[in-house]
Design a protein around this ligand. Structure first.
Ligand SMILES: [Zn+2]
Length: 209
């Protein structure tokens, strides 16, 4: 099954991608990882990517598509794969259609307010980077890291204003992609539940159809 996973930052995409990966025994393909590994391996494509990264410019769609093309022909993708963080633009989605047939697009939907609330409850250890949540995953002692005893802090990424800004960017980028796949009849909207397990159950149901 060839899947695309869409969802806002903080919607739990990574967690649900892992759930699907285990369930269907297919790999998660993230373009972030593809770019990093191409650079690390110094392939022809990797060298091009490095040149863009070093000049601080965006890696062009064609290059991303070339990396994706290379990745989907690898053995572990024989049964399918899950794209996480791709496509980011309608142009990328159209280019993907030229190289691969997508079976379904899972869209994890969470209201912005819920995401802001969730993210603002996150606490991170500045020493060992362990993350906690004041409601869903609190440390044993308030404000103190279980692992190393450091005082927990709030990452700048998790500040409500920063989260709102990221969500605004996300909506602008992703809504056209959601519409694109909706028009193709591939979109499956999952209304996220408060718990990871609850959402996973809905994801599983969405995959059955
Ligand atoms: Zn720590």
């Amino acid at each position: 099954m060839r899947l695309i996973l869409l969802g806002a930052p903080g919607a739990g995409k990574g967690t649900q991608a892992d759930f699907i990966k285990d369930k269907l025994e297919i790999p998660v393909v993230s373009t972030g990882n593809l770019l990093r590994s191409a650079m690390a391996h110094g392939t022809e494509l990797g060298k091009k990517v490095t040149a863009y990264m070093e000049s601080g410019s965006l890696v062009p769609d064609e290059l991303v598509i070339d990396l994706v093309k290379e990745r989907i022909t690898q053995d572990d993708c024989a049964k399918g794969l899950i794209f996480d963080g791709f496509p980011r633009t309608v142009a990328q989605a159209e280019a993907l259609d030229q190289v691969m047939k997508v079976d379904a697009v899972i869209f994890l939907h969470v209201e912005d307010d819920v995401i802001v609330k969730r993210m603002s409850g996150r606490r991170t250890c500045p020493e060992c980077q362990t993350t906690y949540h004041i409601v869903s995953h609190p440390p044993k002692q308030e404000g103190i890291c279980d692992k190393c005893g450091s005082v927990l802090g709030i990452r700048s990424d998790d500040n409500p204003e920063v989260v709102r800004q990221r969500l605004a960017v996300y909506h602008k980028q992703t809504e056209p992609i959601v519409k694109y796949y909706e028009a193709q009849g591939l979109l499956k909207v999952v209304e996220c539940e408060p718990t990871i397990e609850g959402t996973s159950a809905l994801v599983e149901k969405a995959l059955e159809v």
